[in-house]
Design a protein around this ligand. Sequence first.
Ligand code: MCA
Ligand code: AMP
Length: 501
Amino acid sequence: MNLYQRIMDASVDRQLDVAFSLPSGARWTHAQLHEAVARCARVLSDAGVEAGDRVTVQVEKSAENIVLYLAVLRIGAVFVPLNTAYTDVELEYFLTDAQPRVLVCDPRRLESLEAMALRLGVAATFTLGADGRGTLMATLEQSMETAPVRARADGDLAAIVYTSGTTGRSKGAMLTHDNLFTNAATLRQIWGWQPDDVLLHALPIYHVHGLFVALHCALLEPSPILLLPRFDVDAVLAALPEATVLMGVPTFYVRLLADVRFDRRRCAHMRLFISGSAPLLPETFAAFEARTGQRILERYGMTEAGMITSNPLHGERVAGTVGYPLPDVEVRLRCPEQETVVQEGVGVLEIRGPNVFQGYWQQPERTAAEFREGWFVTGDLAQREADGRVSIVGRHKDLIISGGLNIYPREIEFEINQLPGIDEAAVIGVPHPDFGEAVIALVVASDDWPGEERVIAELRARLAGFKVPRRVLRTAELPRNAMGKVQKALLRDTHAAILSG
Ligand code: MCA
Ligand code: AMP
């Protein structure tokens, strides 16, 4: 069934209730939301979008951005969200790969992106700004025409979400209507979602966490959403007394704790603080409890599968663990050395369930490589207690998670290696007080290399800001093991304190 139909059905008796409220004081009722979705769907249909066509969207967060997401679902097309930080160079790859029928971009980037989209065969480009204005909404306002909800089978694609790739190129995870719905239904049940919940939404909506986990939980109740354009401590502090649930990455909680105004009184109305996308430090968990009296509920997930495990709503939430597999998700551990499934000890986590994606867009070989006997190989190293509780203890994949955003070193190493005077580069993640981890690069270079500042400037032109190394250090050689592989763990130890100051 079309997920949008389920979202619409959920609010059928609640048309005049608030769906979103914004810091400006603006409010959208469910009636207004669904009316706008139906008209936006018509704009897309008139632009030639058919069922199964991709609609690529790189715009700032707004209520209209959510209207656009729901409109894409409504007509059975496939939503392809992109991080707003991606540069034109990165965009070219995504447009070439996804081959969308329509691109929706920020008005400030129309000039460069429209020409690129045209060249790559995209039929139409619309704009949508942070203020909700642009050609998409202007077209919608010209007519009252709507497009109907298109029937979808559970296995039809709803979204392709790009996730960084081990080979340096992002791959599009194909998610179906059923993947998204079953995961949301399970989360609503285990997190005890209620009609009088109020979701404080401060996450970006170009990733699974903000777009699916947070939005679907609220929209399927439906319960109102306080929609903040981004995470801003002042705005969150102002909104907390009205909210009951906050979902965030660990950086949210680190930043809240750094503000003395964040205290027990401000959280008195809050039912649940949820953390995920990156490891929550036990110190943060403890400091949070000491300050607010509330224990953060940590859960674990992935773009390819939505949510996988969660600490319990009722029962012990243990710092440093990610809780139990969701009721409909099976997990097993495989010893990375012996390649056997193990019952205890540390192993690579493999999962199976209705939440697991359909594969990578147009990459059957890479899809096959990441499934084993029908189980999806997460690449995370985990440990399981006798009672089934899971802890993520490391990563089998070479991945950096900075402020909840995934960065694959290979992509950055590839760009650095293109620069003159550089023989080789190793990119690693080191502890960062705000982002948990952040990127630095070690390079072996000749004397005529461009130098740290120039390398950083060159990378900025090509890569989204969060991927650009904070430091680029020249070194005589990179440590290697007997197989000739760069010993990144050693480099991480050596440079562990470089960004901590
Ligand atoms: C921004 N910057 C960053 C990051 N974000 N650098 C490293 N890591 C980051 N995450 C840099 C920008 O490039 C810029 O630098 C400067 O910081 C300020 O940018 P701004 O956008 O103003 O930053 P911010 O508003 O302070 O954002 C930090 C943030 C944000 C609030 C932590 O990154 C965020 O909301 N992260 C959440 C990501 C998320 O939703 N992840 C879920 C993925 P310059 O100007 O020098 O370029 S889904 C997932 O992982 C699975 C499914 C799961 O389990 O949830
Ligand atoms: P993404 O590809 O952006 O969906 O990121 C998924 C990855 O984030 C997972 O494979 C984990 O490595 C990491 N992750 C998500 N939640 C947690 C968590 N609670 N603790 C540790 N790592 C996490």
